[in-house]
Design a protein around this ligand. Structure first.
Ligand SMILES: Nc1ncnc2c1ncn2[C@@H]1O[C@H](COP(=O)(O)OP(=O)(O)OP(=O)(O)O)[C@@H](O)[C@H]1O
Ligand SMILES: [Mg+2]
Length: 485
């Protein structure tokens, strides 16, 4: 029977399958070596060379575990999708070989009495004097020694392993402790430890059997380590750079809980939050005309909506809130200002003194959020507000005091604050769609996608964006001045 030919171009793309291929190659080599039965020592050598006028890096990884049989070598390691690993061990995708061997200039694998010399899908196999263990040598394009060393350091730093690991002559310690067990899922144990670097954000580290798979920052003043208990094929995506959606969702909920507990220590500058009283937004509107009904009314774009009525509503509710010394929003609905800068709120941006620009941004943003609420059939109440922060265009936030809040930043500002501000939303067509996309983006955060990872992107592109496009005519009306026809 004929075979499908796999050319070198196929493997050349393997590096693109990973967020960081240097991390992937280190992680996959370490896993294979540590998983090899009876490995107690791993030695890594990294050497940069110029070959035929080109920079190359020769990486050698050797372990003293049980060597491979010819069958495992040929039918598992040198076969796409092949894996000899039982459930429970790290591996089983049979994908790693692409990044370990096939995508590089050339590779050599010596194991027991066999030596393989190969390039892409082509290789030769020879017999050699017995080697106690397995040694892989790959010639990698480019001078990448420094980045590989950094990745080995990181791996050791995040790993717990009893054996001895030496990289380029330096013994690395693999003793990362997990901290306190804080949660048990049927797919893994979650631990929380004090942060390694308290000035940064917290870090989520996902490991299997003590071996780090991937990490990312989290908005918590803790490091969170997850030890997966299931076969990694079930829990992880095949790149092992992230978890599958359902597991990630569960974990996100937990991280959000920790983030809420520690939120004050997470913010760069402890932003000041001012609440302007009014009704919460949402589409479950009680009988009678109130501020929420007014906003729903605006969404339905009845063009004759009289803006002054909203002012009147706010005024009538002001007596009861005055006692608590909260200023009242002239919009009728609750409006919250979150200021990361040291100075006071800029003039004209508090809802009881809005200038024309601030009012139009606030109204458009509110109406977009309400329309999104309606289209996605959301029921929970929320508030809107402005955020003044150099790093954020918008933000979805949820806390025990203010509940769910969708903030939008009216300015483009630098670190110097809003002294040098530029209005971000000129409400040209381009800016309108940017604001709409921003709202969709924050809605994804509300929907449980805390991180800008794969699952966030697919939710936005598959679930949110099509709705925004489909209803573009209705959204366009959110930008209309409610007083004009
Ligand atoms: N250094 C090694 N020592 C001993 N056996 C090895 C070594 N490296 C690989 N193997 C064997 O080769 C098989 C294939 O390895 P490969 O890394 O391609 O896949 P895997 O580890 O099973 O799965 P994954 O693609 O998820 O890493 C392994 O299952 C293991 O039996
Ligand atoms: Mg492997």
């Amino acid at each position: 029977m004929a075979h499908i030919t796999i050319g070198p171009e196929f493997f050349a793309k393997a590096k693109n399958d990973y967020g960081c291929w240097q991390w992937a190659i280190v992680r996959e080599f370490m896993q294979n070596c540590m998983d090899a039965p009876r490995t107690s020592s791993i030695e890594v050598g990294i050497e940069e060379k110029v070959i035929d006028g080109h920079d190359k890096t020769v990486l050698t990884v050797a372990n003293n575990g049980e060597p491979m049989s010819r069958d495992v070598l040929v039918d598992k390691l040198l076969a796409l999708g092949g894996s000899a690993k039982a459930a429970g061990s790290v591996g089983g995708f049979g994908k790693a070989k692409e990044i370990l061997y096939f995508c590089h200039d050339s590779y050599q694998i010596e194991t027991g009495t066999f030596a393989v010399l190969g390039r892409g899908a082509e290789y030769e196999i020879d017999e050699i004097p017995m080697l106690k263990g397995t040694r892989s040598t790959v010639v990698i394009d480019g001078a990448v020694k420094a980045s590989l060393i950094a990745m080995f350091d990181r791996f050791a730093d995040e790993c717990y392993w009893q054996g001895s690991l030496t990289v380029d002559g330096t013994r690395l310690h693999c003793k990362r402790d997990v901290g306190e067990n804080v949660r048990t899922y049927d797919w893994g144990e979650v631990f929380a430890a004090d942060m390694e670097s308290p000035e940064d954000d917290g870090r989520l580290l996902v490991r299997i059997d003590g071996k780090p798979m991937f990490r990312r920052s989290i908005r918590a003043a803790k490091d969170v380590i997850v030890e997966l208990s299931q076969d990694s094929v079930i829990v992880l995506q095949s790149s092992r750079d992230s978890m599958k959606y359902q597991y990630q969702q569960e974990l996100n909920c937990f991280i959000e809980e920790i983030a809420i507990d520690t939120s004050s220590s997470l913010r760069r500058k402890d932003p000041e939050v001012t609440v302007y009283a009014g009704d919460k937004l949402g589409l479950t509107i009680p009988d009678g005309v109130d501020a929420r009904a007014e906003m729903a009314f605006l969404i339905e774009h009845l063009p004759k909506a009289d803006f002054r009525r909203q002012v009147a509503i706010a005024a009538s509710s002001s007596q009861q809130v005055k006692a608590t010394a909260v200023r009242v929003s002239s919009l009728g609905h609750e409006f919250i200002l979150k200021n990361s800068f040291k100075g006071a709120t800029p003039m004209g941006y508090a809802p009881d003194e809005f200038n024309r620009y601030a009012r139009s941004v606030a109204l458009s943003w509110t109406r977009i959020m309400l329309l999104i609420w309606k289209l996605f059939d959301e029921q929970l109440d929320f508030s809107v507000g402005f955020i003044f922060d150099p790093d954020r265009v918008a933000e979805y936030d949820r806390d025990a005091v203010n509940g769910r809040v969708f903030y939008i930043n009216p300015f483009e500002t630098g670190e110097e604050g809003y002294e040098k501000r530029i209005s971000r939303w000129s409400l040209t067509t381009r800016h309108k769609w940017e604001m709409l996309a921003t709202a969709g983006h924050e809605y994804c955060h509300y929907a449980g996608f805390d991180y800008h990872d794969e699952s966030f992107t697919s939710y936005y592109t598959l679930k949110v964006e099509p709705v925004l496009h489909h209803h573009s005519a209705e959204f366009a009306k959110c930008f209309k001045n409610p007083r004009s026809k």
